[in-house]
Design a protein around this ligand. Structure first.
Ligand SMILES: NC(=O)c1ccc[n+]([C@@H]2O[C@H](COP(=O)([O-])OP(=O)(O)OC[C@H]3O[C@@H](n4cnc5c(N)ncnc54)[C@H](O)[C@@H]3O)[C@@H](O)[C@H]2O)c1
Length: 262
């Protein structure tokens, strides 16, 4: 366990993580599992999801891979129903799955716009929609939705993606209001640049990856990217009883990226 990591006790609880096979989602799956939760790993990538399931089971963790496309209403409904069928409850949901589709408004195709909207914003909508009734029956639950610093400040060429991440913040506040009296808390995290396969893919596509890495490192006043486990720790805190008085909020985790004035 990393230096400074806080441990939580999620034994007897069930967590669902979308996009849980890789990157930030994978780190959250590991944290929840290590904390004793039963974890449903929901991902569109069955190979990676099953690999992670196998690895964590061999370590004695209680995890289950459920192939899910968050862009599909029936898939997400089935995911939440199967999680409840498996353990009888859903205590924490991390709506993490997302895709990075670049493009400014004038050049982005209608197809790309619909795709990024459907997966990023639609995926969070469905993750909330189909877990909330189960949480309402229990009278408790915590949801964390994954936004981005792109919801807060601008970058060239990412209008569609940024719009989905801004929508997630607005929707998070509304759902938090609707469900606060039912014992359910809903918050959002807005990560800065985190080293995951999503960004590795971007680096592979540019001419000078090191130049881009240096630029992105400099964009964070702490001088480096974030690690997936650092976001996972924040998600764990927000899903834990330590955050019982926190709902409807956005937590920026960005090494100071959004506070710099130059
Ligand atoms: N990495 C960053 O710098 C960064 C910064 C801010 C926000 N985010 C957000 O964090 C979240 C996770 O990003 P990441 O960097 O770990 O991404 P990643 O691409 O490394 O991993 C994303 C995971 O989601 C899965 N996925 C993709 N589409 C899916 C779908 N339709 N249904 C189910 N699963 C699907 C992928 O298979 C993969 O396992 C995303 O919402 C992303 O927008 C990432």
């Amino acid at each position: 366990m990393a230096k400074g990591t806080v441990t939580y006790d999620f034994s007897g609880k069930t967590a669902v993580v979308t996009g849980g096979a890789m990157g930030i989602g994978e780190a959250a799956v590991r944290r929840f599992a290590e904390a004793g939760a039963s974890v449903a790993i929901a991902d569109i990538d069955a190979d990676k999801g099953k690999q992670l399931e196998e690895q964590l089971r061999s370590q004695g963790c209680r995890v289950r891979f459920l192939k899910t496309d968050v862009g599909s209403e029936s898939d997400v409904k089935q995911l939440m129903d199967e999680a409840v069928g498996w353990t009888g409850r859903i205590d924490a949901v991390y709506n993490n799955a997302g895709v990075a589709i670049p493009g400014d408004v004038a050049t982005m195709s209608e197809e790309d716009w619909q795709r990024v909207l459907n997966i990023n914003l639609g995926g969070v909508f469905r993750g909330c929609k189909f877990s909330l009734p189960h949480m309402e029956k229990q009278g408790s639950g915590a949801i964390v939705n994954c936004s981005s610093t792109q919801a807060i400040h601008g970058f060239h060429g990412w209008a569609g993606y940024a719009a989905t991440k801004g929508g997630i913040l607005a929707m998070t506040r509304q759902i938090a209001i609707d469900y606060a009296s039912k014992g359910i808390r809903v918050n959002a995290v807005s990560p800065g640049t985190i080293m995951t396969p999503m960004n590795e893919k971007i680096f592979e596509e540019v001419e000078d990856p090191q130049a881009l890495i240096d630029t992105w490192n400099r964009a964070h006043p702490v001088g480096r990217f974030g690690q997936p486990s650092e976001v996972a720790d924040l998600v764990m805190y927000l899903c834990s009883d330590a955050a019982a008085f926190i709902t409807g909020q956005t937590f920026v985790i960005d090494g100071g990226q959004t506070i710099r004035g130059e």
